[in-house]
Design a protein around this ligand. Structure first.
Ligand SMILES: Cc1cc2nc3c(=O)[nH]c(=O)nc-3n(C[C@H](O)[C@H](O)[C@H](O)COP(=O)(O)OP(=O)(O)OC[C@H]3O[C@@H](n4cnc5c(N)ncnc54)[C@H](O)[C@@H]3O)c2cc1C
Length: 327
């Protein structure tokens, strides 16, 4: 089977991987293979099925449970399995109880255990929830490595026109598909990358707040991704001063040494979402579409890619049988 994957974000690359692993000849086309416009480029990289259950349907948790294993198998060494720490400032401890009531898969840590898990947070929070089976990765490193892995598997990457001799197309164009899919909407996410040499964290820290729940995800070289706003808008305009203040406030509440951090980047990604915030794999003729990954692209793309690849091969098989019957 010759498959064309449109879009080199996390949906497209994971789909290309699943198709190529099953023996398809795959071409990936994207007008911007540097990915700087892709929502995927701005993600936190948290693989957090249990924490996300706080605001998401049970399906998200179910689909996301295998994500860390998938990424580990595809890209050994990229996944950090240290769980997630959820904390709240002293004035918002009710938020912690509310979060705990809506989730599972955590252990409650007291001050001493918090200091053992994250020495830099010693004395800063009285209670924390540790979501033990969660993981994270650096999305940019993972996407770059996945592309490299795909190239070694024979997948072709094209920036311009890919031609038309394909049995099947996988549309993984994220927000670009909104032009032909009126149900798709954008949810703007603003984020910062800070470099704070005086802070060391081993796992994502989510800071609960009644209005702005935000998080800090550690990256290499004392860099941290601080994210992310959730604004009903498709605008990709630069980060606003208000959002920047909220993001910096959150980082500062996690650790005051973030006050001395260097602002490496202020970025914006637009998450593609359907009205129910659930992902969809749909088929129309010889085109399969994966979209609506919303705030769960890295968490859900593996399961969606597997589903789409199965669908692609069953369409291809049905066509072969129909072709033989006509001979
Ligand atoms: C700030 C932020 C933080 C996030 N944090 C997390 C997180 O911690 N964990 C998590 O799981 N998810 C997270 N997400 C969500 C995740 O990033 C998205 O769900 C995911 O990136 C969507 O992936 P996608 O491949 O569908 O779209 P995109 O990444 O937007 O990729 C679409 C690609 O299609 C290309 N394209 C457009 N038009 C065409 C065309 N005509 N032909 C070919 N190619 C085309 C684009 O150039 C782009 O490269 C976050 C998102 C944001 C914005």
């Amino acid at each position: 089977m010759k498959a064309l994957v449109k879009g080199a974000g996390v949906a497209g690359l994971t789909a290309a991987y699943e198709l190529a692993s099953r023996g398809a000849a795959v071409t990936v086309v994207d007008p911007r293979t540097d990915m700087v416009r892709a929502a995927s480029w701005f993600a936190g990289g948290m693989l957090a099925p249990d924490c996300e259950r706080e605001s998401a349907e049970p399906l998200i948790q179910e689909l996301g449970l295998g994500a860390a294993d998938w990424w580990d198998a595809a890209l050994p060494g990229h996944v950090v399995r240290a769980g997630t720490l959820v904390v709240a400032p002293a004035r918002d401890t009710a938020e912690l109880a509310r979060f705990a009531a809506r989730t599972t898969g955590f252990r409650t840590l007291g001050e001493e255990e918090i200091a053992e898990f994250e020495p830099d947070l010693a004395g800063r929070f009285r209670l924390a929830l540790h979501f033990v089976r969660e993981a994270h990765l650096d999305p940019r490193a993972a996407l770059t490595a996945l592309r490299g892995r795909l190239e070694t598997m024979g997948v072709l990457f094209v920036e311009g026109e890919a031609g038309s001799r394909f049995d099947l197309t996988l549309d993984c164009t994220g927000m670009a598909r909104a032009a032909s899919d009126p149900n798709l909407r954008g949810v703007r996410g603003e984020m910062l990358i800070l470099r704070a040499p005086d802070v060391t964290l081993s796992r994502p820290v989510r800071l609960l707040h009644p209005r702005f729940p935000l998080y800090v995800v550690p990256r290499a070289d004392h860099c941290f991704m601080v994210g992310a706003t959730m604004i009903e808008s498709e605008s990709g305009r630069p980060v606003t001063a208000r959002s920047m203040m909220e993001l910096l406030n959150a980082a500062y509440s996690v650790h005051p040494a973030f006050g001395e951090a260097e602002i490496v980047e202020a970025g914006v990604g637009v998450r593609p979402a359907y009205p129910d915030n659930l992902p969809r794999v749909t088929q129309s003729g010889a085109t399969i579409s994966i979209n609506g990954l919303y705030r769960h692209g890295f968490l859900l793309a593996p399961a969606m890619a597997q589903r789409a690849a199965q669908m692609a091969f069953s369409i291809s098989k049905t066509r072969e049988l129909a072709h033989e019957a006509h001979r």
